[in-house]
Design a protein around this ligand. Structure first.
Ligand SMILES: NC(=O)c1ccc[n+]([C@@H]2O[C@H](COP(=O)([O-])OP(=O)(O)OC[C@H]3O[C@@H](n4cnc5c(N)ncnc54)[C@H](O)[C@@H]3O)[C@@H](O)[C@H]2O)c1
Length: 362
């Protein structure tokens, strides 16, 4: 039984993973806040949360017993909410992306260090059983050095509505690169976060505003929506070590189907973690694969790694890992410094696409 006391900032869709995960870890969610009262009341009733508030400030004042906070608000507010909570002496589990840019992620890491509190991010794909299984091979040295990796989250028809905050750069920081950053993050995790040196990227805005390319998540369309983010991006990252990473991210692009994957080529083994969708955005149509490739006894050997399927895609396991990290019973799945490197890469992808030149990361 955990005695951790938790508050939730934001009461939107993602809290349907956070709250049950805390409850499964036997932590107590005592409060939730959101300016939209019907959302806080809906979640409070659904999950038996005793206190609801319109703002984080009110929640922290009225419930000083809160020890840890989940930040589940639009991307623009991640840094300010997380830093305020850390400065109030709370541990923070922040949704992805860590922030809008590397400077904000650096400020968040600084606030965690200054206040000696744990700051973790919801890189839920790291928490998936396939990713953890592959990571065991990597940590044991069975893969060798990962020279090169390819990270894909590509959709054909996956624009998340027209007019919500996801499609407004000022609120989200960008389109599929920052929204679907998980595979870039997972590749960096497998490569053990080498220092990035150069990034060269292009982004594309085809199909912006075209309803034929909208995803199936039912976000209502505004009359005069702001959609000012990329629809697809292709990037190449070179690290100081000479390792390289190629990334593709799209919401709308003429791909055969949605694919979510990291493939890597190590000096001892190659490998792959992949989710292929029969229909874009519909998890029930997904097929998962996790494999290692080696040469043994003069033969090419492909090893299939079988794990228990996790239909929540690690979203609950990541929260449980946060609770266990605070309690000292688990190793954290993420570190603040990794979030800074990830945001440096993402920021450089956007900069390179804007100026048409390679960007050097210092
Ligand atoms: N890890 C994943 O798989 C995953 C999946 C979906 C969303 N997310 C992330 O979760 C976050 C939230 O996404 P969502 O889909 O739940 O969005 P949402 O729009 O459904 O909910 C966001 C909520 O935050 C509230 N809010 C805004 N500012 C606030 C503030 N200052 N204080 C309190 N509440 C505030 C809004 O009123 C809204 O109800 C985003 O950062 C998103 O990128 C992660």
């Amino acid at each position: 039984m955990s005695d951790l006391i938790v508050g939730i900032v934001g009461a939107g869709g993602i809290t349907d993973y956070h709250i049950p995960a805390y409850q499964e870890a036997e932590a107590t969610v005592v409060a939730i806040c959101d300016p939209i009262t019907e959302r806080t009341e809906g979640q409070a009733e659904k999950y038996g949360i005793p206190n609801t508030f319109a703002s984080m400030e009110e929640m922290l004042k009225e419930c000083p017993e809160i020890q840890a906070v989940s930040v589940c608000v639009p991307n623009k507010f991640h840094a300010e909410v997380a830093i305020a909570c850390l400065n109030a002496g709370k541990h923070v589990f922040c949704e992805k992306p860590p922030a809008l840019n590397a400077q904000e992620a650096t400020d968040m890491a600084g606030a965690a260090a200054d206040n000696e509190k744990i700051l973790m991010f919801d890189f839920n794909n790291r928490a998936r059983p396939e990713a953890q299984a592959l990571m065991k091979y990597i940590e044991n040295g069975d893969v060798g050095t990962i020279n090169s990796a390819q990270a894909l989250w590509i959709r054909r028809t996956g624009i998340p509505g027209f007019g919500g905050w996801f499609t407004q750069k000022a609120m989200s920081g960008g389109g599929p690169v920052i929204d679907l950053l998980h595979m870039i993050d997972l590749a960096l995790y497998f490569m053990q976060f080498p220092k990035p040196q150069w990034v060269l990227a292009s982004t594309f805005e085809d199909f912006t505003g075209n309803p034929d390319f909208k995803g199936p998540w039912g976000i209502p369309d505004a009359d005069d929506p702001i959609v000012d983010v990329e629809m697809a991006a292709h990037a190449f990252v070179r690290f100081e070590t000479g390792q390289v990473l190629y990334t593709r991210n799209s919401w709308a692009e003429l791909n055969k189907r949605e694919e979510v994957s990291v493939t890597f080529q190590g000096t001892k083994a190659g490998g792959m973690i992949r989710r292929l969708f029969e229909r874009d955005g519909i998890d029930e149509t997904a097929i998962d694969d996790c494999e290692l490739y080696v040469q043994e006894n003069g033969k090419s050997v492909n090893r299939q790694i079988i794990v228990e399927p996790d239909e929540k895609m690690g979203r609950e396991a990541a929260v449980i890992n946060f609770v266990q990290t605070i309690e000292g019973t688990a190793k954290p799945f993420s570190q603040p410094e990794e979030a800074i490197i990830l945001m440096q890469v993402i920021e450089a992808i956007y900069e390179s696409a804007d100026c048409g030149e390679p960007i050097e990361i210092n």
